[in-house]
Design a protein around this ligand. Structure first.
Ligand SMILES: Nc1nc2c(c(=O)[nH]1)N[C@H]1C(S)=C(S)[C@@H](COP(=O)(O)OP(=O)(O)OC[C@H]3O[C@@H](n4cnc5c(=O)[nH]c(N)nc54)[C@H](O)[C@@H]3O)O[C@H]1N2
Ligand SMILES: Nc1nc2c(c(=O)[nH]1)N[C@H]1C(S)=C(S)[C@@H](COP(=O)(O)OP(=O)(O)OC[C@H]3O[C@@H](n4cnc5c(=O)[nH]c(N)nc54)[C@H](O)[C@@H]3O)O[C@H]1N2
Ligand SMILES: [Mo]
Length: 764
């Protein structure tokens, strides 16, 4: 496909006609213009299906069209008329497909048949479901070391499928349950329990309606959670200050026209979103937050201690004094250098925040995917705690989750950390001794694969090989595994970098009707605001050979495990309400009366002690945690003149490794994803020119060369010393050991790189 490449700043608001055009374009391309539009009216509705895109909250009173541009794209992508059939696989060897990009692999369409890799022809060939499970069962039973099998999941599977998957892994004999959230909000799952005793955000939509200040750190709502622009628009129209910290000026944080408001669309009226915008250096938030806290404390000192909530601090927190002591000795030069911001910027934020009665702190990958990600998230909590902004109406911490059920998967037991699961309850409920040893997270699973310690890798959705760091090292190691099993909806690169025995097993998506012995089944998911919703598929499955994810796990269990009368696999598969009943037995506090409550408008809210100022932490208080220092990235060469911090970015035309197209409208980048965004001063300083093709190389001391060419130098409004490139293309540059301390979330937002002219370069 030849594409026209262009770079033109986009000065229209997020949403608006650009969004409407983009939805129409993808519905047409996927061959579902009329039927897709009808399907979309059922999205995020009671008795409809929960959107398969992001995890943002689903309101109790949904709009007539409760979807956004990117939700519509995700729906069109799943209900496409394109099919990836046995004929397709017969026509293309795996070696040939390895040269295809992410867009073209998935564009082949929905997978239709179970397929097994055939080494003789180097193609995937159709196989019966029973033969597939028989062989997988034989192989998995033959593995002596039960710890050498990994059970990955990407955060899309329902609570029902996820609960069974976690249980299956434990019955098999390990806790090797890495999840896509290891690559994004694991930092949250580590930081928040230490600070406030809950692993998830404390805000609900109601808090957004009542807040009077929003602090926004490193999250891009215009592309990644566009329905969130509605509550933000409402807040802005109420005069609520919204303060953004982001190295890039993201369009969704600047202005918005609601595509579902005829008046706004016709008049072109746009709402300003951010009232302050600070282009912090990548990784500079720890320093920026330090500056804001320091300014706030100074105001409190000057103002007779009326700025901080001292009553709350005394009654509810631990660690205030050492934190204040630490703040007082930080000097502003150091803070300015590490944050890339002026003191006045942080003081301006402190002034606005000080005046607010209730404030919300929102964040995303811009905080979590850094070496000091855990400390940075905790620092944002510190800022909130100083003014008692947790456990109060209109206030709280709001991590914006990724995949549509990534939060729910954790809630029902997909985790490598055994202490997050009530193992004693499981032991009693199912009459077995669950493994108590910690399992492998994403980074540890990769390390084990590199060391040939893993025999089999089961992938419940996702595109692990493409999403992880260190691609050039991981792919050869991946091929040395004995067995790789991929339960998927679309073809992707992880299926092509296969083990000795490899299967691609096609499953139904959430939008499709899931009919089992007792009739069509419902499933459920948890959103970013900890509300749990029912979901019912509305479309006919893409092929009659598809099975559901629940069915996939049940059949796998039938092939691998000895029968256990206490584990009713078949009954569960026939009637998913029995799975929900079992989930309720394992987690009675959250899932009592599950079957009824999941259909309540807006879902049911998980009870979170921190919302009631009950702190389930070691100190029994909310902990104000003092960071070790402001040097957020020990992997970054000190003041390395030609080293840039590379931020790996999502475009507005992708969902993770699923690339919908080549138009990053808000950033004005069209026709290519192989760009490196740089400040004009850096381009000049490094002797480069706009449009030139360059090679990036990771700066590291481990003796491994990580280099990639073919990036086009693109001048961009980004802080000096930082650069931007798209994920997953740039993942070969990200070392596996470059991760957040404490959570092992890959530090994908600050890779130390050099950028050099590529000799004999051809544009990509
Ligand atoms: N359409 C669409 N929706 C998605 C996804 C998708 O790919 N496409 N992915 C889903 C998933 S799994 C996830 S986890 C979420 C991800 O959603 P986000 O959390 O928004 O993730 P990113 O787009 O990777 O980066 C977020 C922002 O961080 C900024 N940033 C980078 N470095 C820094 C920094 O050091 N400090 C600050 N303050 N900001 C920084 C970037 O400029 C960017 O605006 O979205 C989910 N929703
Ligand atoms: N450099 C860099 N790397 C990153 C990131 C970054 O910002 N920068 N972000 C990280 C983040 S936040 C995440 S979450 C990971 C994403 O990692 P993953 O979650 O593993 O990847 P996805 O791209 O979401 O997976 C897409 C595939 O999922 C399958 N799929 C889609 N729907 C379904 C379904 O309903 N059921 C099943 N069984 N399969 C389905 C399709 O086959 C599709 O090809 O990447 C991480 N990697
Ligand atoms: Mo994610």
């Amino acid at each position: 496909m030849s594409r026209r490449i262009s770079f033109k700043p986009y000065d229209l608001p997020s949403g608006g006609w650009g969004s409407a055009r983009s939805v129409r374009e993808i519905l047409t391309r996927e061959g579902v213009l009329a039927s897709g539009a009808l399907t979309l009216t059922r999205q995020n509705k009671v008795d409809g299906f929960q959107c398969v895109s992001c995890a943002w909250s689903k309101p109790a009173n949904p709009l007539p069209f409760e979807f956004c541009e990117n939700g519509a794209k995700a729906t069109a992508w799943e209900i496409t008329t394109h099919r990836c059939t046995p004929e397709f696989f017969a026509a293309h060897t795996v070696t040939e497909l390895l040269d295809w990009d992410d867009y073209h692999l998935e564009q082949a369409g929905r997978l239709t048949h179970p397929m097994r890799y055939d080494p003789a022809s180097d193609t995937y060939r159709p196989v019966s479901w029973s033969a597939a499970f028989a062989e997988i069962g034989r192989e998995m039973k033959a593995i002596a070391d039960r710890k050498s099998v990994v059970f990955y999941s990407s955060g899309r599977s329902s609570n029902e499928a996820s609960y069974l998957y976690g249980l299956f892994a434990r019955l098999y004999g390990n806790n090797n349950l890495p999840d896509s959230s290891n690559m994004c909000h694991e930092t949250t799952s580590v930081a928040l329990p230490e600070s406030i005793g809950v692993p998830v955000g404390t805000c609900t939509l109601d808090d957004f309606a009542k807040t009077d200040c929003i602090l926004f750190f490193g999250q891009n709502p215009g592309s990644n959670s566009p329905r969130m622009l509605h509550p933000l628009q409402e807040a802005s129209q109420r005069g609520v200050p919204i303060i953004a910290y982001n190295p890039l000026r993201e369009r969704g944080l600047e202005s918005f026209t609601n595509p579902q408001s005829p008046a706004e669309m016709l008049t072109g009226k746009r709402t300003r979103i951010s009232s302050q915008y600070h282009q912090v250096k990548a990784g500079g938030d720890l320093a920026a937050l330090t500056g804001i806290c320091k300014a706030l404390v100074a105001m409190d000192d000057a103002d007779g201690h009326s700025v901080l909530d001292h009553a709350f601090i005394t009654q509810h927190t631990h660690g205030f004094e050492p934190f204040i002591g630490w703040l007082r000795v930080r000097d502003w030069d150091e803070i300015e250098r590490h944050s890339g911001l002026r003191r006045a910027a942080m003081e301006a934020t402190a002034t606005t925040y000080a005046a607010a009665k209730a404030a919300i702190g929102i964040y995303g990958m811009g905080l979590t995917q850094h070496r000091a990600g855990v400390e940075t998230v905790q620092m944002l909590v510190n800022l909130l705690l100083l003014k008692g902004n947790i456990g109060r109406e209109g206030a709280g911490i709001s991590p914006v989750r990724g995949h549509s059920n990534v939060q729910g998967q954790r809630t029902v037991g997909i985790t490598e950390k055994p202490d997050m699961v009530p193992m004693d309850v499981l032991a009693k409920q199912y009459g077995f001794e669950p493994p108590r040893e910690p399992g492998l997270n994403t980074v540890e699973a990769c390390e084990a694969i590199l060391e040939d310690r893993i025999n089999a890798f089961i992938m419940l959705g996702g595109n692990f090989v493409r999403a992880i760091p260190d691609r050039e090292r991981m792919e050869p190691a991946w091929r040395r595994m004995r067995l790789t099993v991929n339960a998927a909806t679309k073809l992707n690169r992880s299926h092509l970098v296969h083990g000795e025995i490899s299967y691609i097993l096609p499953v139904k998506g959430r939008i499709e009707v899931d009919r089992q012995a007792t009739g069509p089944q419902a499933t459920s998911m948890e959103d970013s605001t900890a509300c749990i919703h029912g979901s019912r598929g509305v479309r006919s499955p893409a092929s009659k050979h598809l099975i559901s994810e629940v069915d996939f796990i049940v059949r796998l269990a039938g092939a691998v495990l000895e029968p256990n009368p206490k584990v009713p696999w078949k009954a569960w598969n026939d009637d998913y309400s029995l799975i929900r009943r079992s989930i309720g037995e394992t987690y009675p506090e959250t899932f009592h009366d599950y079957e009824r409550r999941m259909w309540e408008p807006g879902g049911f809210h998980r009870s979170l002690p921190a919302r009631h100022r009950v702190w389930k932490t070691k100190t029994g208080k909310a902990n104000i945690i003092t960071p070790k220092g402001l040097d957020e990235d020990p992997d970054m060469p000190e003041a390395g003149h030609d080293t840039l911090r590379l931020i790996t970015l999502r475009s507005n035309d992708q969902f993770n490794t699923t690339v919908y197209g080549y138009s990053d409208r808000f950033r004005g980048i069209h026709g290519t994803r192989m760009v490196v965004l740089m400040h004009r001063d850096d381009i000049k300083r490094l002797g480069l020119a706009e449009g030139e093709i360059v090679k990036m190389e990771t700066v590291s001391k481990d003796g491994i060369e990580r280099a990639m060419g073919g990036f086009r130098v693109t001048p961009y409004n980004i802080p000096v010393g930082c650069a931007g490139a798209y994920y997953p293309e740039a993942n070969a540059l990200l070392p596996l050991w470059h991760y957040a301390e404490g959570s092992k979330t890959p530090a994908a937002k600050s890779i130390p790189v050099t950028v050099r002219r590529e000799v004999n370069a051809a544009a990509v």
